[in-house]
Ligand binder design. Structure first.
Ligand SMILES: Cc1cc2nc3c(=O)[nH]c(=O)nc-3n(C[C@H](O)[C@H](O)[C@H](O)COP(=O)(O)OP(=O)(O)OC[C@H]3O[C@@H](n4cnc5c(N)ncnc54)[C@H](O)[C@@H]3O)c2cc1C
Length: 296
């Protein structure tokens, strides 16, 4: 049990706050056909010019070697209170089918809960059947009676194993978000980086396009470099551990002191933290682990 706070926002809530602030300037369901440094061409042929164009079109074909975090989540309204006071970040006591598998539970209200089946897999293919069965089994095990399933979400997030951050910056396009490699390498979460990027941009003079480009790129590359340790951990997960034994790498991690776990989620581990995560009984065969210690 971790005592730290765990904050969440829904995409609907984000939309409700941002849309009025942008007003008529917001264009939804509008595909961009071509993107340049100071303008975009929409699929309709319309051209829009701007001093600063930011490419935030989400994940694209990963430019570095990756494993995958695939998942299906279902949000339920229950017949009775679930009785949970806190989220469950990882319940890996479920069968380890296909790789490192765990259930994530997010209680939104007393009766509304998101149950997500997550798999650290070698391919991005989402196995809907297995995930849905795992969620149903979990709900049954908890003794929850489902009134309605409100929605289902699914995804495949790249989990980088190695490579240089520059690979996300092949040209002079200013990128942010997943496209700029701005996400936590092990959890795949990008919301904290997105908030930091929004604050960075809000504090800059957008009149100087080159300065904005260089500053955002510098921050993104700095984060990528700082996060080399997480890519090492990912290599241990994906390359050194056998798929059904992958859970051991993180099982050992969650036995570490809570401040270390908080720094891990924030992507700010110290050198002592790194030593602590890797110390102790090796969760993977030592020879295979050593073979993966090098890299970026
Ligand atoms: C189901 C799911 C749940 C997730 N849950 C979490 C979570 O709880 N916490 C967390 O931190 N991360 C989570 N992630 C991971 C990650 O944070 C999200 O993927 C996040 O939305 C990435 O943000 P982004 O802005 O980089 O890209 P996106 O949110 O993917 O936004 C890219 C946008 O660009 C648009 N676009 C793409 N191409 C074009 C085009 N040619 N023309 C016009 N528009 C285009 C897309 O339609 C999309 O709206 C989740 C991912 C998924 C898929």
């Amino acid at each position: 049990m971790l005592s730290g706070a765990y904050l969440s926002i829904t995409s609907a809530r984000l939309h409700d706050v941002i849309a009025p602030a942008l007003g008529h300037r917001l264009k939804l369901d509008t595909a961009v056909a071509k993107l340049g440094i100071q303008g975009v061409t929409l699929k309709s042929g319309e051209e829009i010019h701007a001093n600063v164009v930011i490419d935030a079109r989400g994940a694209f074909k990963p430019p570095v070697p990756v494993g995958w975090q695939t998942f299906v989540g279902q949000e339920f309204e229950l017949e009775a209170d679930h009785g949970m006071e806190h989220p469950i970040l990882m319940d890996a006591t479920v069968p380890q089918v296909g790789g490192f598998r765990f259930i994530y539970v997010l209680p939104w209200t007393a009766r509304r809960v998101l149950v997500e089946d997550t798999l650290y897999a070698d391919t991005p293919t989402v196995d809907y059947g297995t995930c849905r069965r795992a969620i149903a089994d979990y709900v049954t095990r908890r003794g929850w009676a489902v009134k309605t399933m409100i929605r289902e979400e699914a995804g495949a997030l790249p989990i980088p194993l190695e490579g240089r951050g520059e690979a996300f910056w092949p040209d002079a396009t200013l990128r942010i978000g997943m496209r700029a490699g701005l996400f936590h390498p092990t959890t795949g979460y990008s919301l904290p980086d997105a908030v930091a990027t929004a604050e960075l941009l809000a504090g800059m003079d957008l009149g100087d396009r080159d300065r904005v480009y260089h500053r955002v790129k510098q921050v993104a590359l700095g984060k990528w470099r700082q996060r080399a340790f997480f890519r090492l951990l990912n290599r241990l997960l994906f390359r050194a551990a056998r798929p059904t034994e992958r859970f051991r790498v993180l099982e050992q991690f969650y036995q570490r002191p809570e401040p270390l776990i908080a720094r891990f989620y924030a992507g700010r581990v110290t050198w002592l933290d790194r030593a602590r995560v890797l110390a102790g009984r090796p969760p993977v065969p030592i020879a295979r682990a050593l073979a993966h210690l090098r890299g970026q």
